[in-house]
Design a protein around this ligand. Structure first.
Ligand code: SAH
Length: 244
């Protein structure tokens, strides 16, 4: 059998120029690309004309393909083709389920490579003029999922652990925004603590809503996904650092 490799590849947050040189090279030589919701569909246009595309984002146009099926699709394609690309937004190991897919391939003796990408967690705030750390303001940040595995709710999060003044970045949290802000207030944060919601960051459609824990839910109603939530005093730096 030929040497076949599955590339678990991060495509960055949306702006195609934020892809790495390595990820662009691998897309250009892909035989198969397995992808789902992408912030930038133009990325697929970079693939060779005979490349096969498999959309695992929507099954029969409605539900996403379950993870175990995606794993098996990766495996089956790896048996057939060289240069299989599993394309993911941001970085494949930041809430990208890249680890699960890699373990599935490892267990079946399929070679894989991880191609890191620029995660939305830091780059989307950067395009909104919000640094995730700032000397004299905050010295750490945390990236948290706002949408936990099935059967578990946001309430599984240890809200007591957010007492310090870190920057908090919630991915996949737009639908739980009310719950997130209510919980943060309940666990000691002031209702006027600064928050921003950033939608479609780094793209032409980027939208930024700035508010407080108390009013952000109301102010950001109807904002489209993908969107992330950033909580912390660094949000206020946007007044001066807004550039995009
Ligand atoms: N692996 C990805 C994250 C996957 S989870 C990464 O490293 O970026 C998907 C979540 O990422 C979305 O729900 C949203 O919260 C965030 N996200 C991804 N792209 C985004 C964008 N362009 N603008 C705002 N949020 C984005």
């Amino acid at each position: 059998m030929k040497d076949r490799t599955v590339y678990l590849l991060g495509a960055g947050p949306g702006d195609i120029e934020l892809m790495t040189i390595k990820s662009m090279r691998l897309i250009k030589q892909a035989r198969v690309i397995i992808y789902d919701r992408l912030a930038n569909p133009d990325i697929l246009a970079q693939a060779p004309s005979d490349c096969k595309f498999i959309d695992v984002g929507k099954n029969d146009g409605r539900h996403p393909v379950p993870q175990d099926e995606i794993n098996e699709i990766l495996y089956q394609n790896a048996l057939k083709y060289e240069n299989v690309v599993r394309l993911k937004g941001g970085d494949p190991f930041v809430f990208g389920r890249g680890g699960e897919e890699a373990i599935y391939l490892y267990n079946r003796d399929i070679k894989f490579e991880i191609v890191p990408g620029i995660t939305s967690a830091i780059s989307v705030p950067a395009y909104a003029g919000i640094p995730v750390t700032q000397r004299g303001v905050v010295s750490s940040f945390r990236v948290i999922t706002g949408h936990e595995a099935k059967g578990k709710a946001v309430s599984q999060i240890d809200w007591n652990s957010f007492k310090t003044d870190e920057t908090l970045i919630f991915l996949m949290g737009l639908h739980s925004l009310k719950k997130i802000s209510t919980n943060l207030i309940k666990h000691g944060k002031s209702p006027d603590y600064p928050v921003a919601v950033i939608s479609k960051g780094t793209t032409k459609s980027q939208k930024v809503v700035v508010g407080t824990l108390e009013n952000i839910h109301e102010k950001s109603k109807g904002i489209p996904t993908p969107a992330l939530i950033i909580v912390g005093h660094v949000v206020l730096l946007r007044d001066k650092l807004k550039w995009f």
